[in-house]
Design a protein around this ligand. Structure first.
Ligand code: SF4
Ligand code: SF4
Length: 168
């Protein structure tokens, strides 16, 4: 999701249960009844202004494998180094390099292997800080305020929120 520092956003494996450093476990969070979310494929979180889609090393290996590319070719073609980290490059106009637009929908071209930060959206620490923070983020993500969207249980939300590779 666009923010000052990063865009958004299911590893084949479950999110790591060890909380990221500095992220505290909330014993009685405001979202204790769960939260609804469903991606409408509007593309807001994969486009807009300049941003970063951060990549872990595992992300890069997985995406390169999905694209049937050697890792070095994948990184030369799709990755940039930023402040000691790695991000996907963008198309002109700042769409994520893997965002495909068709018939009014925005689709991720690497959806099954999309980066961790995309998988854990919208259950990021910053969005879960308070109901207001959630509402503010939902202003740009229609899937966060869809009353018919599937309900995610608190334990799933917490796994995403505290994932060490999820934006904090
Ligand atoms: S509904 Fe939300 S998560 Fe889905 S593309 Fe739009 S902004 Fe991104
Ligand atoms: S990798 Fe996919 S989900 Fe993530 S920002 Fe790019 S297009 Fe969107």
């Amino acid at each position: 999701m666009p923010s000052s520092s990063s865009r958004r956003i299911n590893l084949p494996q479950a999110p790591n249960p060890v909380p990221a450093p500095g992220v505290s476990v909330q014993p009685d969070p405001w979202y204790g009844m769960g939260l609804r979310f469903h991606c409408t494929q509007c593309g807001n979180c994969c486009s807009g202004g300049p941003g970063y889609v951060w990549l872990t090393y595992t992300d890069m290996l997985r995406i390169a494998d999905f694209l049937n590319l050697p890792v070095d070719q994948f990184t030369r073609r799709y990755v940039r180094q930023v402040s000691g980290g790695f991000s996907l490059i963008e198309k002109p106009g700042y769409d994520c390099i893997f965002l495909n637009r068709q018939d009014g929908k925005a689709m991720c071209g690497i959806y099954p292997v999309r980066p961790t930060q995309c998988r854990t959206w919208p259950f990021w620490n910053q969005n879960l800080a308070s109901p207001d923070a959630w509402t503010q983020a939902a202003a740009r993500c229609p899937g966060m305020c869809d009353a018919d969207a599937p309900m995610y249980a608190p334990d799933h939300i917490e796994k995403c929120r505290t994932h060490p590779e999820s934006p904090q």
